[in-house]
Design a protein around this ligand. Structure first.
Ligand code: PSV
Ligand code: MN
Ligand code: MN
Length: 390
């Protein structure tokens, strides 16, 4: 790739950051209060805009309803746009009402299923008013014990509810369906893996796509292969990036397995370069809630890790890779991938940032810019909360 092509590709990269990553969140053991953490959706959007201003690659913020609430969504949209960011995916909350104890779309009681669908329809309203493109669905639905409910009936209930919300989606929008094999239910999850998500989506229509959250796989799952398969089927809707060692750990993307992240981006770059339909329509989102990390720095580090993985993937010698593969050269092909991964892309990224008027070292600019101190002064520190009673 020429330098101009590299710069153009880097300039096209866009990551969504989650509003819920800017406030105080914790584990079930404890929520530690971070001085200056965002307290409401306005502050979350302002923080997302700061991450975008420093990185140049985080132009949208995803919302979670009703954690994010305002009286007038178009006012929020205007506020976001004035700060230089747009509204990303809309995430309904189908897990925190008492009614949802036994599920939402899969609940045995029709009245609860209706309540869940009604909430998603409200979220589609939010999507209309904010100009968002993606409705992003994650379900906590599942069972803790064998025999607890009828597995086939639950699947049918999901089919019915999904088709109801899909039918209400505006023509320009997409439904992204996330899967997860565990937690909070541990015997069975209603949308447990990409195959179940995919089977549901085939019945809905072309604007229904799978969302791959990196934390939502069993140990040993080959996520790159899932991504390649979905790309080839034209059904990869997007990512929820995060880092995992054990499960849905919500650590910083790229902090635990940088090579795995690079391999994912390599699949995406290959698909883009080889003209796979839909490859350029994938939504890239961060899904992380930070328990002990400084909020802004953790999010900035996350988008920069994605940028670095992408920049390395752009170094791939596609011709050499495909030639080695065709010749059955096992380690030659692997070596092409390793060479791209081993490239130090930091000088390239510094130069690209300078060319775009961005700070050459965004993390340093964040620290030296005094953002955290100003937020702490202006917003104060919330009371720490939560955790099990001892
Ligand atoms: C729970 O696993 C979860 O992390 C899912 O990944 C959702 O996308 C996210 O929460 C927000 O609801
Ligand atoms: Mn997720
Ligand atoms: Mn998750």
């Amino acid at each position: 790739m020429t330098q101009a092509e590299l710069y153009a590709a880097l300039s096209r990269q866009a990551l969504e950051t989650p509003s819920w990553g800017y406030g105080d969140t914790g584990t079930r053991f404890k929520t530690f209060a971070y001085p200056g953490a965002a307290r409401n959706v306005w502050e979350r959007v302002a923080d997302a805009a700061t991450v975008h201003r420093l990185s140049g690659i985080a132009p949208r913020v995803a919302l979670h309803i009703p954690w994010d609430r305002v009286d007038d969504w178009s006012e929020l949209r205007g506020f976001a746009e004035a700060q230089g960011v747009g509204i990303g995916a809309i995430n309904p909350n189908l897990f925190q009402r008492d009614a949802f104890k036994l599920g939402s779309f899969g609940h045995p009681d029709e009245a609860v299923r209706k309540e869940a669908v009604a909430h998603v329809l409200e979220c589609i309203e939010v999507l209309e008013q904010t100009g968002a493109k993606d409705l992003s669905l994650w379900f906590a639905d599942g069972l803790n014990y064998a025999g607890q409910d009828d597995l086939r009936a639950r699947k049918r209930r999901f089919e019915d509810a999904l088709s109801e919300v899909y039918a209400a989606l505006p023509e320009r929008a997409r439904l992204l369906l996330e899967y997860k094999p565990f937690e909070p239910a541990f015997y069975a999850t209603d949308v447990a893996d990409w195959g179940m998500a995919y089977a549901h989506l085939l019945k809905l229509g072309e604007r229904a796509l799978v969302l791959v959250d990196l934390g939502h796989h069993l140990p040993g799952a080959n996520v790159e292969q899932i991504v390649a398969f979905l790309l080839s089927e034209g059904r990869l809707g997007g990512f929820h990036f995060n880092g995992r060692r054990y499960a849905d750990d919500d650590l910083i993307v790229g902090s635990t397995d940088p090579f795995g992240l690079f391999c994912l981006y390599a699949e995406l770059v290959l698909a883009e370069r080889e003209g796979v339909p839909g490859a350029t329509e994938v939504s890239y989102m961060i899904d992380q809630s930070h328990a002990i990390e400084p909020k802004l720095e953790a999010m900035l580090r996350s988008v920069l890790n994605c940028q670095e993985a992408y920049a390395k993937a752009l170094q791939l010698d596609v011709g050499a890779l495909r030639a080695a593969q065709a010749a059955g050269d096992v380690l030659g092909a692997h070596g092409v991938l390793r060479d791209a991964f081993a490239t130090d892309v930091r000088p390239l990224l510094r130069a690209w940032r300078e060319a775009r008027g961005l700070p050459a070292d965004p993390l340093r600019a964040l620290r030296e810019g005094g953002y955290d101190a100003r937020n702490a002064r202006e917003r104060g520190t919330a009371a720490a909360g939560g955790g099990y009673p001892t």
